[in-house]
Design a protein around this ligand. Structure first.
Ligand code: IMP
Ligand code: MG
Length: 179
């Protein structure tokens, strides 16, 4: 397994293997299934970063559920600027639905806070957030994921959906920036 990679000007070390990621997703799926199996939830995958997580997670469920996508963007390079731009909105009706947001990572929490405000304004039956990764040390908002598969320190990472300047999303492992 490649333990070091370079993307543009930055060097990264292996941080989480595909197996560690999938094991954590399986554990999270067990908890989610208990809570959601009777609710016919509407999963909303936040593009681009959550596409791999959503795919691997949702394949583990065999209860009725619906899946849709929203596209948001807040990062340029390795820094968030706090402004979350909505790129592609939701067309599904959210009213009276049990909504579960699927995120790749919660960093400052700006994205989820903005999304939560929007979804709650549409009167869902319930609102939950599932994130593959959670950086508690970077959180600047009053939100907590209902499900967070892996807690990580406040370092920039790439792979398994997460990018550096558009690259690295396809990597099967997660890599951490070398300082
Ligand atoms: P937040 O709004 O600050 O919580 O950031 C959320 C979004 O920023 C995530 O959905 C990711 O797309 C991106 N992001 C946050 N941390 C990282 C990272 O370490 N690497 C790559 N993208 C990140
Ligand atoms: Mg994202």
């Amino acid at each position: 397994m490649t333990s070091q990679i370079q993307i543009k000007d930055k060097h990264f070390n292996l941080f989480l293997s595909e197996k560690e990621i999938l094991d954590a997703i399986r554990q999270t799926a067990i908890k989610m299934e208990q809570d959601l199996k009777e609710l016919q939830p509407l999963f909303i995958c936040v593009l681009n970063g959550a596409f791999m997580f959503a795919s691997d997670l949702l394949k583990l469920f065999d209860f009725p559920c619906e899946i849709t996508f929203i596209r948001l963007k807040s990062y340029e390079g390795t820094q968030t600027d706090g402004r979350v731009k909505e790129v592609q909105g939701l067309i599904e009706k959210i009213e009276n639905r049990h909504v579960v947001i699927l995120e790749d990572i919660i960093d400052t929490g700006h994205t989820v806070a903005r999304l939560k405000a929007y979804i709650l304004s549409q009167q869902p039956a319930s609102f939950r957030v599932a994130s593959l990764l959670f950086k508690p040390g970077a959180l600047l908002n009053d939100i907590q994921p209902d499900y967070a598969a892996i807690h990580i320190p406040n370092d920039f990472i790439v792979g398994y959906g997460l990018d550096y300047d558009g690259l690295g999303r396809n990597l099967r492992n997660i890599y951490k920036i070398k300082n």
